[in-house]
Design a protein around this ligand. Structure first.
Ligand code: HEM
Length: 462
């Protein structure tokens, strides 16, 4: 080998070794952190760069905590340190600390979802926005939800959509329930937010783009044409254009209405949706309004349909509970639609002898609290009757999060599920085909889509 060539080899090898040393040091450096007035919780950092992320995300049944949390909690306690999502992290399975984290939003902790999610949702999404932007978007969401809930049309719409779907089952011996549940929650949310019925062409256009958008949320953030991530970013921009066109059409309709007062009856009925109210909100920019519509679709679609699937799945295994219909809270506790939320510490935080260093990621894990047998008797059993004596607003039950980012759609979700369930129970008997457990990936999924053998009741009430 010539002398010049060997020099290059030395430089190259030196560079690679240097890079590896920097990655390893950067990964383990936070372990040397010695804060004043407390100890960083015990734990392990796993592999350089990836840390313990893969073990943390390893799929498990959503009504169990999974091997990672089980092992770490037995080894280190309910609060431990780890290295997840490329960041030093404190994981909390402790109800008191979770409550403290959620209540201290914006002061000691802040919502902090992984960067790829920001790329797809956009900067002004309520799910990722912080500070004043978040406050403005959230105020709009709360007033919209309050107004919607008080409208009788809201309940009629839900009922009509539930009946349409159940009607379509009449001649089918079998349905894939997850698909039916998604159809239901999508049609409800699109009707509430944009005033669109399932028959309108924009509804299926938005659904198609929306599914691509959802697939991108759980993909590698590679913006290379053809990857799920790139397709999701493009789908988001197409949904934005569709929503903007609907907004424009609605504005034009409003202007015509103002010029023509005679046919208000018909129009006021058609225009009593989220969008109509959103148009008159002057605290949000055009982009924020579009983003707001997307957030509502995103928040209101998958989570609520999953809750429906959980309810139907657990009821199939617990026929006695069918008579009670006290199952929605229990399905939320036992099924765990949302396993954990993402936060980061804004400063060094001392809590009960622990020290959470500034800048570290903090993950309050709801599943661990919901399935903790020191907090819930027979925690690993589906037992809806517990809710006859237990207060659902307690710190040990947080399916919708808490504090200033608590889910604004929780009541809508429960009403939707209750209405659908009411009609389902009145009109059908069902059995699940084979074993299909809800699996936390951590986004929960029924692998086979929850296949149901359905049988219409002899006296139907639809
Ligand atoms: C079973 C159904 C649902 C579950 C389990 C659920 C769960 C949650 C949770 C845990 C959060 C807190 C996220 C965090 O703290 O980082 C949240 C936030 C949110 N949810 Fe829901 N949700 C459901 C239904 C809905 C519905 C029906 C809507 C809309 C109509 C909705 C819209 C939102 C929005 C916009 C946020 C962000 C709030 C904020 O950051 O201030 N969700 N949801």
């Amino acid at each position: 080998m010539a002398e010049g060539d060997s020099c290059w080899v030395v430089v190259l090898v030196g560079g690679v070794v240097g890079f590896i040393v920097v990655v390893v040091l950067n990964h383990f450096w936070p372990l040397l952190f010695k804060g004043k007035g407390g100890t960083v919780p015990k734990g392990s950092f796993g592999w350089p760069l990836l840390g313990e992320t893969f073990s943390f995300l390893k799929p498990h049944s959503s009504n169990s905590v999974g091997a990672f949390l089980h092992d770490h909690c037995s080894r280190y306690g309910k609060v431990f340190k780890s290295h997840l999502f490329f960041s030093p992290t404190v994981v909390s399975c402790d109800p008191e600390l979770n409550y403290f984290i959620l209540q201290s939003e914006g002061k000691l902790f802040e919502c902090s979802y992984p960067k790829p999610i920001h790329g797809i949702l956009g900067k002004v999404s309520m799910l990722v926005a912080v500070g004043d932007t978040h406050k403005r978007l959230r105020n709009a969401a709360l007033s919209l939800v309050t107004i919607t809930k008080s409208k009788p049309e809201f309940l009629h719409d839900i009922e009509d959509i539930a009946i349409q779907i159940l009607d379509s089952w009449k001649n089918k011996p079998q349905v894939i329930f997850c698909e039916e549940a998604r159809k239901f929650t999508f049609n409800v949310i699109v009707k509430q937010v944009l005033g669109l019925t399932p028959q309108e062409p924009e509804t299926s256009e938005i659904l198609e783009d929306f599914l691509t958008f959802m697939r991108g949320l759980i993909s590698l953030p590679l913006y290379i044409p053809g990857t799920p991530y790139a397709r999701a970013v493009q789908a988001r921009s197409r949904i934005s254009s569709t929503v903007k066109a609907i907004v424009e059409k609605r504005r034009a309709g409003r202007r015509n209405n103002n010029n023509d007062d005679d046919d208000d009856d018909d129009n006021s009925k058609k225009n009593s949706d989220f969008l109509e109210i959103l148009l008159s909100v002057d605290t949000l920019s055009e982009d924020e309004k579009v983003s707001f519509v997307l957030d509502s679709l995103l928040g209101g679609y998958e989570t609520t349909s999953l809750l429906m699937c959980m309810v139907v799945h657990f009821l199939s295994h617990s026929p006695a509970a069918l008579q009670q219909l006290k199952v929605i809270n229990e399905a939320l506790r036992y099924g765990n639609v949302v396993k954990f939320v993402h936060r980061k510490a804004l400063k060094d935080v001392k809590y009960k002898g622990y020290l959470i260093p500034s800048g570290w990621k903090v993950l309050p894990v709801f599943t661990a609290v919901h399935l903790d047998s020191s907090l819930h008797a027979n925690a690993t059993q589906f037992h809806p009757w517990r809710w006859e004596s237990q207060d659902p607003t307690c710190k040990k039950f947080t399916p919708f999060g808490g504090g200033s980012r608590c889910c604004p759609g929780s009541d809508l979700a429960k009403v939707e599920v209750a209405f659908f369930l009411h009609h389902l129970v009145q009109n059908f008997r069902w059995k699940t085909e084979g074993e299909d457990q809800p699996i936390a990936y951590p986004y929960v999924e029924f692998q086979r889509g929850l296949v149901l053998n359905v049988d219409p009741c002899s006296e139907t009430t639809m």
